[in-house]
Design a protein around this ligand. Sequence first.
Ligand code: HEC
Length: 248
Amino acid sequence: MRCTRKGLLVLGVVAACAAAAASADNGSERAIGERLAGIIGAGRSVVSSHQGLINDPDIGEKNLTGERVVAEAVELYEKRRGEPPVTEGMKEGERRLVEAALAAMREIVDENEALIDMKGLGFKGFLPATYTRLVNERFAEKVGSEARVKFTAPPELVRNRKARPDAWEQRVLASELGTPGWPMGEPYTEAIEVEGRPAFRMLIPEYYSASCLSCHGEPKGQTDVTGYPKEGGREGDLGGATSITLFR
Ligand code: HEC
C-alpha cells in the first residue's frame, strides 16, 4: 500500500496507513538497513579516496589490499556514526549480515588486486560505483535469501543495466525521493512483498556532489573518462539511491 500524505488526505485511509507505516517503520530493520548502507557506502568512499593511486600507471604494487580497504571503511564508518559497524548486543542475524558485507568488501578488492597493481595502465575501470555493485552482488551470493543491497538510480540516469531500478524502486524514486518536497537525505521505507515473500524495503537517496560531476555532470551527452555519456547532473540533484531489502 502507498501511504503518502496525499494518499492520507485523498483516500482517507488513515488507520490502514498508520498500521502499514508502523510495520514499515520497524526501528531495528531500519537500523540494520542503515548499517549495511553505511558500511558499504564507507567502502565506496574509501575506494574513491584512493582513485588517484588506483589510476596511477607508474606504481605497480599499491598495497591497497582488501584488509586495508575494510579497515579504512570501518574507521570512516565510526567517524561518521560514532560506533563501529558491529557492536555488542546486535542480534545474531544482524551481525551475520554486516559481517557478510565486510567480507564481500574485502574479497572484491583482493580479487581485483592484479588489475589495481597493473603497471602501465592508467584508468582501470575500478571505480567506486563499480566496486559497490560488485560488493552488492557478492553480498547477495552470501545472504541473498535474507537481504539484498543495490546501488541504483532513476531509469534516465542508470549506466549499468545491472543497476536498473525495479518497479518499486522506480516508483519510489519518481514519486517520493525525487519530488521537491522530499526531505533531503531521508530514507523511504515500506513493508511490501518481494518475490512473494514479506520484506522490509528501504531506499536511501544519494545526491551528486561536486566530485561526481566530472562524470555525471554537464554538458549532457559528452563522453566522460569512463566512456559513458554524462547525465547533465548538477550538485545536489538526486543521483541515485541505495536500496535495501530485508526478507522477513
Ligand atoms: C570517474 C567517473 C565517475 C565519478 C566521478 C562518479 N561516477 Fe557514478 N558511475 C560511474 C560509472 C562508470 C558507473 C557505472 C558503474 C558500473 O559499471 O556499475 C556509475 C554508476 C553510478 C551509480 C549506480 C547506478 C548506475 O548508473 O549504474 C550511481 C547511483 C552513481 N554512479 C552516483 C555517483 C555519485 C553520487 C557520485 C559522486 C559521489 C559518482 N557517481 C561519481 C562513473 C562515475
